[in-house]
Write a protein that binds this ligand. Sequence first.
Ligand code: NAD
Length: 428
Amino acid sequence: MRITVIGTGYVGLVSCAIFADLGHQVIGLDIDREKINKLKKGQVTIYEPGLETLFQKHLNSGNLTFTTSYKQAIKDAKVVFICVGTPPKKDGSYDSKYVYAAAKSIAKNLKNYAVIVIKSTVPPSTTVKVKEIFKTHAKAKYDIASTPEFLREGSAVNDALHPSRIVLGVESKKAEQVLRLIHKKLKAEVLVTTPQSAQLIKYASNAMLATKISFINSMAIICDQVNADIKDVSLGLGLDPRIGQSFLEAGLGYGGSCFPKDTWALIAYAASLGYDFNFLKQVDQVNHDQIDYFISKIKKAYPSLKGITLTVLGLTFKPNTDDLRESRSIVLINKLLKLGVKINVYDPIIKSKPKDILTNVKFFDSAYLSLINSDGLVLATKWQEFKDINLKKAKRAMRNPVIFDARNFFNPTTIKKQGFTYYGIGRS
Ligand code: NAD
């Protein structure tokens, strides 16, 4: 099957590689010329475990090609996936302009029947507008469908090859058949529903996961007041099969390009329907406050924060990705800078200061170098590399042996045995 993927970011590029691997002829299109030039030359533009191998394999096999030309990308496509970004606007609603621009370009270039699939995370109102765009601009027949994406950055390739479920939001039998066919080789439960339900399934999933995180962070604050350990509380809670273990890890709160934006968008979408989604607003508020809660722990450890140096280990919003969008580490750093703290940073993937952000921090090539003369280590992202850190060497490098474990990543007993003062979250 000839498949076109519009937008070659985290979701689009992984989708390109996966569909090529399933045996389809895939064209990836982006309006970012620089990105497409790199992809054509065989340079993978994002860091995602396992992507490089699949990408190279199918670039060489000819199953995967790239273009910036809508004319070329749409002409023979049977299925067109819209995977463009849906970033948040100031009022929390999502910015629809990329989806509508992509829809218009597809419609204008459509020569034969194709299933147009919105994979970007959008509310149901978007489908209505996309249909209007096609009605105005398309000369050929089409179906509009929605298949939300559930992959997680850091394990995106594996998630896309072994999805928890495939949700097909369709309005015709023909579109359902085409979409079933292209996903045939994937072993996962297929749920066929309307595009509206499909889109709400995606928002509900992310809002539920965000809720679990804010809930456990609230429980961690209680644990801090009594002789309780949130790790044990999470374990005992998650052993109930009705609840499950996942997303019950206390920390700095949720970040990344999806959970914050999708909870805000759902709140804004509900408001547009006349419903005040107060519950989800509280989930967001807890998430917002969690950084200040963590900083209150740091404040207690020093007579004054002015002029001290803290080393932040981990900048990306989670391990195994290079994505910095809505990274909690960056929010934390910016707040600490405002309090007069000097910041050293080490991240296994981000080796130099990202453009336009974090103007006043020092970047280092290794965790040990970043710890020299530091007054405290702040573990902000759970990169495996940090688990293996040589504590003796770290202690020798530091001015003050203090560890703030914002992800409850370390074993407090081991840390304390090495002569460090340890602060976790919800570990009394
Ligand atoms: P991204 O920002 O990494 O990539 C978007 C790409 O779209 C960019 O390369 C951009 O240049 C391109 N683009 C923008 N307008 C275009 C146009 N008119 N024509 C062609 N290309 C255009 O975004 P992403 O993280 O891949 O997310 C894409 C969508 O998938 C979003 O709606 C997001 O919420 C959703 N999603 C993301 C993830 C994730 O983990 N990143 C997971 C599930 C769902």
